[in-house]
Every structure is written in structure tokens, then in C-alpha cells.
Design a protein around this ligand. Structure first.
Ligand SMILES: [Zn+2]
Length: 283
């Protein structure tokens, strides 16, 4: 059965490790990520953005990920990543998602509170954790336009007030990471992470982690990050494996074969990330 992200993230917060949240695009991603979690005895969060949901529907993703959860004994949660409004979050909860994010980071502070609080209130009533975002994660998010310009850090005092006023149960923060592909090495502002962790009591979330050196991610976790999102590098891994197979076997028309090669690439990278997060052996 699917579990919520609540116990997972509170345990990570208490024991200073991170839970990986991996974006799934199709059945092959779900199977490949589950294989990694089972091999390493790690809790795992599978998540979908609204862009991915548009490709198939919340019900299909719920069906796939709940089937994964039913066949394993490691904790699996299904999370809506970057929920784009009250309605989408309600639809995800109704379908059976066990965690949602409401992303009000694109609007000014007071509006972000107005967008976030009602979702958190419903989540509280239904026992479904609600992640919110304050500050900006740079780069291209989901299928939206690329965000240009500066990458403002989340203000620690604002974060404390934001959590208090919205009732969100976890918080994504802007600390120097960006979505998509990095040009140059990103730099996580560890002092900002620890300042926010000192002023808030909810688990903190790192977005845009594909391409961030493992060492920096590990340091961010020891400074208070509890959930770490990976999307771009899984897409790259799958496509790399798939295309390499087809390049070697141009006459192949069995889709399962290149898909298997793509899945193996995903499992490999997810295992490396889980070990770095320290979630291995926590299930
Ligand atoms: Zn994100």
C-alpha cells in the first residue's frame, strides 16, 4: 500500500538523511526506481509534475505507482510535484496521491500564502502532507518557460512565518539550485539551508538536484534538507540507455528491449543517489 511522505520525512529529519523523490514519466521509470529502492532497502517517493500528468492522467500514474507499492515491502509514496493550483491538488488527493506540492513560488509572498494555505488545510483534514515553496528554484520547471535572471535565496525569517501562516508540512527552498541542465557547477548556499532549518520545524526540500555534485547534496542534508528531487538526470539516463540499444540493434522493433536498457540506466543512477542521501537500509 502507498504510504504518505509524513513519516518518511520526519524520520529523515530526525536521523539526518534524505529521501529521494524521483520523477516518473512512464511504467518503465516506476519499475526501475522501485528496483533500486528494493535492492537498497530504501524508502522512496515517486512523483509527477502536472506536465507529466497531462501526458496520461493522474489515474494512470496512481495505478502504476500503487501497483508498485502493493508488490513491495519498502515504503512508497506518490507525490504531486509542482502542483499548479488548488484544483489540481484536490484532484490528486481524490485519485489517491499520498502527498502533494502546491507551488505558489511564482507569485508574491502574500499571494503565495493565499494559494498555499487552503491546500494545506484540506491536506490536514485528510491526513495528506502538503509541500509548499518559498523563494525561487531557478531554471526551466516542468514545461514552463525558463526563468531568467537572479536566483533569490529564501529568507529564513520569512520561511518561519510562511510555515506558520500556511500550515504546510514541508518546504521547498531556494538555495542556489535550478531545474533542468546546469551550465557550470551549481553551488548550494549551505549557510542559507542551515539558517532556514534553525528557524523552521518542517522538513526542507531541495529541488533541481540533477547535476548537483553528490558531495554538495550530502552537505545540504547534514544542514537540514530531508527530501531531494531528481528529474532531469533520470530522463537523460533512460534516453541514453534506450538510444544506445537502438544504435546497436537498428533492426529491433520490440519496444521492451530498448526500454529494459533505459530502465537499467535509471536503476543504476537511483542507487547511487540513494546511497549518497543515506536512505539505504532505512526501509
Ligand atoms: Zn522542482
Amino acid at each position: 500500500m502507498l504510504v504518505t511522505t509524513k513519516e518518511m520525512l520526519l524520520d529523515a529529519q530526525k536521523n539526518h538523511y534524505g529521501v529521494g523523490a524521483f520523477n516518473v514519466e512512464n511504467l518503465e521509470f516506476v519499475m526501475a526506481i522501485l528496483a533500486a529502492a528494493e535492492e537498497l532497502r530504501s524508502p522512496v517517493i515517486m512523483q509527477t509534475t502536472p506536465g507529466t500528468v497531462k501526458s496520461a492522467g493522474l489515474d494512470y500514474f496512481y495505478g502504476m505507482v500503487s501497483a508498485a507499492a502493493a508488490r513491495t515491502d519498502v515504503p512508497v509514496a506518490l507525490h504531486l510535484d509542482h502542483g499548479d493550483g488548488f484544483d489540481r491538488c484536490m484532484q490528486a488527493m481524490k485519485v489517491g496521491y499520498t502527498s502533494v506540492m502546491i507551488d505558489g513560488s511564482h507569485v508574491p509572498y502574500e499571494e503565495n500564502i493565499e494559494v498555499t494555505a487552503p491546500v494545506a488545510r484540506v491536506g490536514k483534514a485528510l491526513g495528506i502532507p502538503v509541500e509548499a515553496e518559498l523563494g525561487k528554484v531557478g531554471g526551466k520547471e516542468d514545461d514552463g518557460p525558463a526563468v531568467e535572471g537572479e536566483n533569490p535565496y529564501t529568507d529564513p525569517d520569512e520561511a518561519a512565518e510562511f510555515v506558520e501562516r500556511t500550515g504546510c508540512t514541508s518546504l521547498a527552498i531556494g538555495v542556489g539550485t535550478a531545474h533542468g541542465v546546469y551550465h557550470g557547477t551549481p553551488h548550494i548556499a549551505l549557510d542559507v539551508v542551515s539558517a532556514i532549518a534553525a528557524k523552521t520545524d518542517v522538513p526542507l526540500v531541495l529541488h533541481g538536484t540533477s547535476g548537483v555534485p553528490d558531495e554538495q547534496v550530502a552537505q545540504a542534508i547534514s544542514n537540514g534538507i530531508c527530501k531531494v528531487n531528481y528529474a532531469t538526470e533520470l530522463r537523460q539516463a533512460y534516453t541514453k540507455g534506450y538510444m544506445a540499444y537502438m544504435a546497436e540493434n537498428p533492426g529491433n522493433f520490440d519496444p521492451k528491449k530498448p526500454a529494459r536498457a533505459g530502465m537499467d540506466e535509471i536503476t543504476k543512477i537511483v542507487k547511487i543517489r540513494m546511497e549518497n542521501l543515506g536512505s539505504n537500509g532505512r526501509a
